[in-house]
Design a protein around this ligand. Sequence first.
Ligand code: FAD
Length: 816
Amino acid sequence: METQARLVVIGAGIVGTSAVYHLTGMGWRDIVVLEQGPLFETGGSTSHAPGLVFQTNPSKTVTELAKETVKLYSHLTLNGQPCFAPVGSMEVATTQARWQDLKRRLGFAMSWGLRAELLTPEEARERNPLLAAAGVHGAYFVDDDGIANAVRAAEAMARAAEARGAAFRPWSEVTGIEVANGRVRGVATREGRIATDRVLICAGIWGPRVGRMAGITVPLCPMQHQYARTAPIRELAGETREVVHPILRHQDKSMYFRQTGDCYGIGSYRHEPLPVDPDAIPGHRGGPEMPSVMSFTPEHFAAAHAAAVELLPPLRGVPLAYAINGIFSFTPDGFPLIGESMDVRGLWIAEAVWITHAGGVGKAVAEWMAEGTPTLDLHECDVNRFPPHARTRSYILARAVQQYREVYDVIHPLQQMEAPRRLRVSPFYRRLEEQGAVFVEAAGWERPQWLQANEPLLDRYAVPDRMGWEGRHWSPIQGAEHLATREAVALFDLTAFTKIEISGPGALSFLQRLCANQIDQPVGKVVYTALLSDRGGIVCDLTVTRLGVDRFLVLTGGGVGMHDLAWIRSHAPSDGSARVVDVTSMYCALGLWGPKARDVLRRVCDDGVSNEGFPYFSARALAIATLPALALRVSYVGELGWEIYVHSEYGLRLWDALWDAGRFVGMIALGAGAFDSLRLEKGYRLWGVDIQPEYDPFEAGLGFAVKLTKGDFLGRDALLRIRQRGMTRKLCCLTLDDPAAVVMGKEPILDGPRVLGYVTSANFGYVVGTGIAYGYLPLSHAGPGVKVDIQYFDRRYRATVSEEPLYDPKGLRLRS
Ligand code: FAD
């Protein structure tokens, strides 16, 4: 056994082998892979996955991971045997709702670059003659989906990595991970210790146990999952080929199928979730041969079996020849866990990854380790994304169980989880509840989407109605709130914002290195800036306010807060010269926005709030209704106004004081639904959709916030290269020509049959009176007036590239 290594990988399933394959391909040597069981048929989840690869996913990132995986598996062989059979995939619809959703999935396929089509029932039966003659409305077909032989692919990748110098050690259970001063130092096994400052955990369902060895939570829950194979089917008699039929999903019944020679494999989520305590899963020594398999429970399979026979009648009366309750991982939000732990430096994680995504995840984690950032935007998969409550055992269990239930459900993008709720409430919650707030959740915070108390505004403002999909989880009250904010003034609960204080003698130089904009500003100045990767991609966008010579307040969105905090911490100087403290819970905040915002503030504040005394993009300490507050003259809705921060205990009084003062000028409480339409009408980008690490600030229209002349900063070299190379695409504002049309985001943007891009975010501009969509377009199509189409389900909406922002393009209202 080695005594030291550059990297120790724990687990030789499909994920561990893929990561090592890619790392050695990038020139890394001196890697040791420790596997508690034998190699290849390790007994982990990989050993018995039937290997169905469906690439389509509402998430662009997850689809990209699958596309990368298909590309990889398609070229892998072991002893001349292929690792992937590209037989295509079919998802059938047996309900109208599913059929509608398959049209939406076709849109995802076009947006994310997959070859897909919709089939009539007859066409579906041509591809799979076992399908029932009645009951199928149609199918969604993806040409290059197929079946991976996961064990073979893992072995092929391991052999290649071995040939490039990686060492694989079977029967080597990791029993401890040494951590000192927040850094990995080594790994303990029964065979001895390996000194290393980098560990990659790819331990699958054992992940939570291995994570605990280093003192961190790996937020996943192992779940039992049923898979069975029939005895030979008469209709397939004589079929010698392993697989010919496309893989099949029957999502209305939470099931999937694959052909295996003359038999059929049936996978089922159609049972009550059966979570498994991570501590109860045996290892290999002393355990059963396949520790990730539990005894089959036929009582949980009965409904699935009946549904299988209904969809594939030739299965009737055919007994099951093989059946298991396998185990694999579910996370609270259904996305994998990838990245370096923010709490233990050098501790990397690639967990809760399907066979479908393992090739892409291996590549992404290798890039991340070797090059500092992955080429793909991985924020949805970032291991650090969960706030503390989402790392508790009960939360993980509750959400993982629900993810299992909903795995194939039609999920609306605005659909809210039901439990656990009311985890984080601001001091304003009570007032919002009194106004009939319809709450949505983000990072555990409850925020109003709209407020029923604003319904009477509909007498005053005409708001176009929405039908169908785009009308779900929406109220016309949102439109009225939007218009009232533009006309009078609104109060918006901003408490969910993540607030990070950075202080110390090295704070300025740290922020200057981290941020693309000029941070060396007078005390009291607010700066909007992007934080860039060394590829020049936008990793975060936020504001930095200089509170003192070496004290700064960083403000960023609630949902992305943990991600941004991890990025900031991972770049903080190691000499302690800059302290990074998450002060989110210390402060609550209100947005006071609208043309009458100053009139309101003047009633409760003796300090000067004139345009000259308190200019745009500055911050001041104010006494508001006897409360010590920090106010920032900024507005994400594009109106005159302030963000007002006070210590949390003052919150309720702040609300009441402002509300009292605002009653006379038509103040309303604003919901997050209108907050979003207001920001889009004003052209403000939203990180995670409009901007993210795959896009640079120039093409995103944020060049104004980059100061290349200020000296060196992270991503500057890349930006210089990008500038020299020239721009090829641009984030554009599209207005929908049909004034009644609204899209939701992620739809493909087309010129005839050619897909140009996809909608990054969309909403309705209630002042400009048109549906708005943003998306990156090639320069050939980025000029104002260019006509394109947006595909929404089976409709095509004509749209026009427009000058942006649509609302107050000179920013006069902000500066009034
Ligand atoms: P594993 O394969 O479990 O590998 C983890 C390895 O870590 C194991 O070999 C384990 O022995 C080792 N290990 C753990 N702890 C230690 C330790 N302390 N020291 C050393 N080694 C350790 N996915 C699809 O994409 N398509 C499908 O069709 C599909 N079907 C499935 C059907 C079933 C029945 C099941 C159970 C899963 C299915 N999956 C499918 C999911 C897929 O199998 C898993 O997501 C995937 O295999 C996980 O790979 P992994 O490498 O993370 O985990």
